[in-house]
Design a protein around this ligand. Structure first.
Ligand code: UDP
Length: 321
């Protein structure tokens, strides 16, 4: 089967493209390269440069495809607060356009890249798929709106699974080299702490949180485990059904614990500086992943050392080029 991967030039999307190809799937990528990197995609994939808002580009990209994995989106929480209209336009209207073209062309299988940001500040940990959805950013609001749009669409026959990611990390050593996070600016903890130096220490956003060591706790999942779940989702789609499934590891690490794990991986202390809390950060986010285990038969197998270690190896490989 040929799969359309929207946003296939981004960090998670390009990892999906490489793994799908290694599993024998044909792949078409639709990406406007606004944040992704064209060179992250192997030339054996069909590449359409265009936006999900462009019906013509979407229709062209859907040619011969039996399913869609939809990653294309604006995805920075802070930016979404500054530019809510842009987030609504790309994430909500772009997906509306994609769903309309899929319906028109008879493509009825969809795996959607959703997010834990749809839940907002949790009342109970771990977070299940039944937890209240009260997003605290326009990013989370737009992703929740898309999940609801997909539920409505499934009532007319679409087979869909939304995967709600917690903190995705790590890198993939594909046949054509490392695929890793290359955001600009980079806001994520693991790539940032690996670039920290005495002159530029890692900023730890608050040590006064209500957690055992005072730093925030997150649920980190390796990008390769995450993509395994997408392929299982693709293989478990049922017509007329929309499942929403959390993807994390089911356990949490504090920022200080991630820093300690990284120090072990790189063999020296990570220079840090405690700063004020970052706006919008909840204290603790941990996923309940029992539904992913039950519905998809998925269990993540890579730990925090793997995530830090693979990010480290990929950064060294890029630096030596
Ligand atoms: N964090 C930090 N310094 C950084 C980046 C992140 O202390 O330079 C903290 C952040 O406050 C959060 C955790 O690390 O508690 C994970 O943040 P990240 O941006 O990686 O992912 P998010 O949880 O925002 O999706």
């Amino acid at each position: 089967m040929r799969v359309l991967v929207t946003g296939g030039a981004g960090y998670i999307g390009s990892t999906a493209v490489a793994i799908l190809q290694e599993r024998g799937y044909g792949v078409t990528v639709l990406d406007d390269c606004s944040t992704g990197h064209f060179e992250s995609v192997a030339s054996s994939a069909r590449f359409i440069t265009g936006s999900i808002l462009d019906s013509k580009a979407v229709a062209e990209a859907l040619t011969d495809c039996g399913a869609v994995i939809h990653f294309a989106a604006k995805s920075i929480v802070g930016e979404s607060v500054e530019k809510p209209d842009l987030y609504h336009e790309v994430n909500v209207n772009g997906t509306r356009n994609l769903l309309s073209e899929m319906a028109r062309l008879g493509v009825v299988k969809l795996v959607f890249s959703s997010t834990a940001a749809t839940y907002g500040e949790p009342e109970v940990i771990p977070i299940t798929e039944e937890s209240p959805t009260k997003p605290t950013s326009p990013y989370g609001t737009t992703k929740l709106a898309v999940d609801q749009m997909i539920t409505a669409e499934s009532e007319t026959g679409l087979a869909a699974i939304s995967l709600r990611y917690f903190n995705v990390a790590g890198a993939f050593n594909s046949k054509s080299g490392w695929i890793a996070e290359r955001h600009n600016p980079e806001t994520h903890l693991i790539p940032n702490l690996l670039r920290a130096s005495a002159a530029n220490p890692l900023k730890v956003f608050g040590k006064d949180w209500p957690t055992a060591d005072g730093t925030c706790i997150r649920d980190y999942v390796h990008v390769v485990d995450l993509i395994e779940a997408h392929i299982l989702a693709l293989e478990n789609l049922e017509p007329g059904k929309h499942e929403i499934i959390n993807l994390g590891s089911g356990g949490g690490y504090s920022v200080s614990q991630v820093i300690d794990a990284a120090a072990k991986v790189v063999g020296h202390e990570i220079p840090t500086q405690i700063t004020a809390r970052r706006a919008g950060d909840p204290a603790v986010l941990i996923a309940d992943i029992s539904k992913a285990k039950k519905v998809l038969g998925w269990t993540p197998t890579r730990n925090i050392e793997d995530m830090v270690g693979d990010t480290w190896k990929s950064q060294n490989a890029f630096a030596s080029k």
